[in-house]
Write a protein that binds this ligand. Structure first.
Ligand code: B12
Ligand code: SF4
Length: 450
């Protein structure tokens, strides 16, 4: 019995003009290369939950041409899905089924649109995979595979029961980073968010000893790894994370994660982050302007409330020797075309080490998608291949589609200009020197080519 685990991989944009003009800028390409090589943590996790008598093979497919290299002797194929490459994934599924191979699909896109996915596979899995996958495999082995396996509403998988992903299936030299998930979910609810809040409404953390065990497992195949925490919002449970960070200190790794701006309020936390090897934290700032932020966090308008702290918070975090990758979403409902310049000036003022600019994207399953659909603002419905974060597929409220597209490219040219990047980085290292934090830090950053 052989199962093929198939990950759709790579970073993409649909609009060729954007690709040509925007995404070929040196600063952008540099960062894309780092992230584009991440493996699929979901499939490595499923591999660890597969009955030991079953052989598993892990494959990454970047585009449809790649699939020609797929073996044809699988008994079952499991495909993980995000929206941007779902049509490629469906074609692979259709082709496998034509050859008589059973196909199971799961992941964020399938969880949001199970009925659509059902057309292309033998079986769909809706929700977190950890508890459902072993049942799928057992049913398949007993020749009773069902059409769908659905996580009961409101039920959340306890990360305390998670297995160690089978990192050893990877050809590790292909990767710049490997991922470890330390938590799932987020206490906020942004209307555009298409991350793990689509899987769970609860914020859950993985016990410290489990995270450490995963990191040690990675170290068996990569002595001094760079780890990316595949979390949506680390550090929400401060006490828990401080314990994790204390234990991470001895592991001597470099790591990156995603968090919210409130981490700047806790200097102990920042100190521990730096001590334990944190190189960068990615923060969804979304907009430097209150007008853009108003209403995007649906529970308490949290992002709007935090906006006055943004500049000071970035300075505090970076002065602890941790670089901030500030993410901005262009085309929010409160955005006029002034936003492009506001973002540039904000980046200049704060000296953000890295910046990520994307356009507002109505992913299926999000409140934003439902609202835009109601308001008749989706340009091309079901154009999931445009869910890349770079392609505009809706009518912005206070500017035209063309203004938004051009604004993205023009801002990218300015933000990722080599001279501007160099200036921001110099500033970061100057602050490190002032704070007496130079030491090994600069050597590390230079080694990483950042
Ligand atoms: C690592 C990562 C990547 C990596 C690796 C992707 C991969 N093949 O796994 C790379 C860099 C390649 C990548 C690329 C892209 N990414 Co990305 N990425 C992430 C990130 C940071 C972590 C994902 C992760 O590992 N989660 C942990 C795993 C365990 O969770 P999971 O995948 O949801 O899996 C669970 C369930 O869904 C389920 N499951 C999943 N698959 C399957 C399959 C089966 C058979 C079963 C039974 C169950 C099952 O079981 C798992 C355990 O419970 C998230 C943001 C975040 N913080 O989560 C964005 C994120 C997933 N990416 C996103 C996007 C938009 C992209 C790109 C389109 C960017 C671009 N312009 O190219 C591409 C698309 C690539 C593609 N294949 O389509 C969006 C996806 C939104 C969506 N709903 O589609 C996210 C949520 C970021 C965001 N904030 O919007 N990404
Ligand atoms: S803060 Fe980030 S992870 Fe949390 S809901 Fe908003 S976008 Fe999603």
């Amino acid at each position: 019995m052989k199962i093929g685990l198939i990950a759709m991989s790579g970073v993409r944009a649909y609009n060729e003009e954007l690709l040509r003009f925007g995404l070929t800028l040196p600063g952008f390409v540099e960062r894309s290369k780092v992230i584009a090589s991440l493996p699929s943590l979901s499939l490595l996790t499923l591999a660890a939950l597969t009955a030991p008598e079953v052989q598993v093979e892990y494959w990454e497919i970047k585009d449809l041409i790649d699939q020609d290299g797929l073996p044809t002797d699988f008994d079952l194929v499991a495909i993980s899905s995000f929206s941007a490459q779902i049509y490629d994934a469906y074609q692979i599924a259709d082709r496998c089924r034509k050859r008589g191979i059973a196909v199971v699909m799961g992941g964020l896109h399938v969880t949001s649109l199970p009925e659509e996915a059902r057309e292309h596979c033998t079986s769909i899995v809706v929700g977190e995979g950890e508890e459902l996958w072993p049942v799928v495999v057992e049913d398949f082995l007993n020749d009773r595979l069902q059409d769908s396996y659905v996580q009961p509403p409101g039920h959340t998988f306890e990360l305390a029961n998670s297995p160690i992903p089978r990192y050893e299936l990877l050809e590790v030299s292909k990767y710049n980073r490997l991922t470890v998930q330390t938590s799932r979910g987020c206490p906020h609810r942004c209307d555009f968010c298409a991350s793990s809040i689509l899987l769970t409404s609860k914020y859950c953390v993985k016990p410290v000893h489990k995270v450490i065990a995963e990191i040690r497992k990675i170290k068996e195949i990569w002595k001094q790894p760079f780890i990316e925490f595949a979390d949506d919002n680390s550090f929400v449970l401060r006490h828990h994370y401080k314990e994790l960070l204390r234990q991470l200190v001895g592991e001597r790794i470099s790591w990156f994660t995603e968090a919210d701006i409130s981490i700047a309020e806790d200097r102990d936390l920042l100190h521990l982050m730096r001590e334990s090897g944190c190189r960068q934290v990615l923060i969804g700032l979304e907009s430097p302007r209150g007008a853009g932020l108003d209403g995007i966090e649906l529970k308490r308008n949290w992002k709007l409330k935090k906006q006055p702290d943004y500049e000071a918070a970035i300075k505090i975090i970076q002065s602890h020797g941790i670089t901030v990758n500030g993410c901005f979403i262009l085309g929010l409902d409160g955005d006029t075309e002034e936003v492009f310049d506001s973002i540039y000036r904000f980046v200049e003022r704060t000296g953000l080490y890295d910046v990520q600019i994307t356009v507002l994207t109505p992913f299926p399953g999000t409140p934003l998608y439902d609202r835009f659909k109601r308001e008749g603002r989706i340009l091309e419905d079901q154009a999931w291949h445009k869910c890349t974060l770079f392609d505009v597929n809706y009518y912005p409220k206070l500017m035209t589609v063309e203004t938004l597209e051009k604004g993205l490219v023009d801002l990218a040219k300015k933000i990722y200009a080599t001279s501007f990047i160099r200036e921001r980085r110099k500033r970061f290292f100057r602050i490190l020197r002032q704070e007496g934090l130079m030491l090994a830090a600069q050597a590390d950053f230079q080694k990483e080519g950042t």
